[in-house]
Ligand binder design. Structure first.
Ligand code: GDP
Ligand code: MG
Length: 422
């Protein structure tokens, strides 16, 4: 991993957008409703691999440029090989996912996920850059990894989403490959996936039927609003004769009823990233979602943040109380000595080879312990005298027996030999 990128500012808007926020706000600003501090909307593009997230991002980028309101772009896909736009912050500047694969011995998906995890550890810096530019842009576009689950079901995806959403109004744009969703069963699985992401992120959600230049999305809108139309399509597609598709059809039919509530609360637009069709509807829906974020989501996010803060304060208080209690205990006779022994044990870790940080455990200091400590060269005067006396005795003994001639060993070695007795 190299250092974090400086804000790339490689896109065309770099120069003028450095101007102070008060001067000449960008033209075509959505939501320029006289707020004291203008906040841009973050559009988080999520979707299955190949649904057209990257292509759509480029389309949005060029549309916004043509309106005189260039967006700020974050690319979170470490594996993208061709990027049709230039991102202001690109994960690839920070992490090389192929290198990650090599170093951690991972496959492509593991490499992408690990690269995203590594990037997430620095996301506070990324947010810092984004916040600095927040007053000069109207939209912040975020591209996510090709494989949807890498972002939606990973801890780092959740951390990034939460971090962004608690800072700025955020909309999830769920991109759907319309031509590949014409089968009722595929449509249903896609809708279930969308539903799970919506409930997981708890953010304003926009279904974006992409590639309508190839397949108009009318069928999808009909299936979402008319249960019977969906049932008819199921019956037509299933061929009901073999048992499995019959079972599948009845399951899908029931699912459709379950999802009715989800459909009712959902905005859906059709776009073509290729031709630029549907851009006006897309931005109108984003604007609506932004208002929704302010009225419905922001208070909830604030409440959660306050809850988190008070929990953290409680934890801190508890820790402090525990610490105070421990300190009081250490004033009591005996306990202090034990604590001292424990802390010395920690210091002896290196010399006491293999005894760990706390060689004496929770027991009170005893004679053995004293001897052990003395040999570390930190005993009291009395003990020192005792040691010298014993040494003298030894020396005396040595005069009578040649075998003791070599007992003049350094203190540290003696300590080790005492240690092995413990
Ligand atoms: N016909 C058509 N093709 C599209 C459209 N959007 C994307 N594609 C194609 O779909 C493929 C996948 O697009 P990409 O943006 O890489 O998908 P991602 O994996 O979601 O980022 C590419 O070959 C695009 O050219 C569209 O609106 N219409
Ligand atoms: Mg992509």
């Amino acid at each position: 991993m190299s250092a974090m990128p400086t804000p790339a500012d490689s896109s065309a808007e770099a120069g003028p957008s450095r101007a102070p926020p008060a001067a000449a706000p960008p033209v075509g600003a959505a939501g320029a409703d006289g707020e004291a501090k203008k906040q841009p909307v973050v559009i988080l593009c999520i979707g299955m691999a190949g649904s057209g997230k990257t292509t759509l991002l480029q389309r949005l980028n060029s549309h916004l440029h043509s309106k005189g309101s260039p967006p700020y772009i974050l690319n979170l896909d470490p594996a993208v090989t061709h990027m049709p736009y230039s991102a202001n912050i690109d994960i690839r500047d920070t992490v090389d996912y192929k290198e990650v694969m090599k170093q951690y011995n991972l496959g492509p998906n593991g490499g992408i996920l690990t690269a995203l995890n590594l990037f997430t550890t620095k996301f506070d810096q990324v947010l810092g850059y984004v916040e600095k530019r927040a007053e000069t842009v109207d939209y912040i576009l975020v591209d996510t990894p090709g494989q949807i689950e890498i972002f939606t079901w990973s801890a780092s995806g959740a951390i990034i989403t939460d971090a962004i959403a608690s800072t700025l109004p955020t909309v999830v744009a769920y991109i759907i490959d319309t031509p590949r969703t014409t089968s009722p069963a595929t449509f249903m699985s896609n809708m279930l996936y969308a539903c799970s992401i919506m409930y997981k992120t708890r953010l304003p959600f926009l279904l974006v039927f992409n590639k309508i230049d190839v397949e108009p999305h009318d069928f999808a809108l009909e299936w979402m609003t008319d249960f019977e139309a969906y049932q008819a399509a199921l019956a037509g597609a299933g061929g009901g004769e073999d048992g499995e598709s019959g079972y599948m059809n009845s399951l899908m039919g029931s699912m459709c009823l379950v999802l009715e509530e989800f459909y009712n609360n959902l905005k859906a637009v059709g776009v073509s990233a290729m031709t630029g069709q549907g851009m006006r509807e897309f931005f109108a829906a984003v604007e609506e979602s932004r208002k929704e974020w302010e009225t419905d989501y922001k208070p909830e996010l604030d409440r959660l943040a306050a809850e988190r803060e008070s929990k953290a304060a409680d934890e801190k208080k508890k820790h402090l109380e525990r610490l105070m209690k421990d300190m009081n205990m250490s004033d009591a006779p005996g306990a202090g000595a034990g604590a001292a022994a424990r802390s010395r044990g920690g210091q002896m870790g290196e010399k006491g080879k293999g005894r760990g940080d706390n060689p004496f455990g929770p027991y009170a200091r005893n004679e053995r312990e004293d001897r052990y400590l003395d040999d570390e060269g930190s005993g009291t005067d009395e003990e020192e005298e005792d040691r010298i006396r014993r040494q003298e005795e030894d020396e005396e003994e040595a005069e009578h027996a040649e075998i003791f001639d070599s007992r003049d060993v350094p203190a540290a070695d003696t300590a080790i030999s005492y240690g092995s007795q413990l």
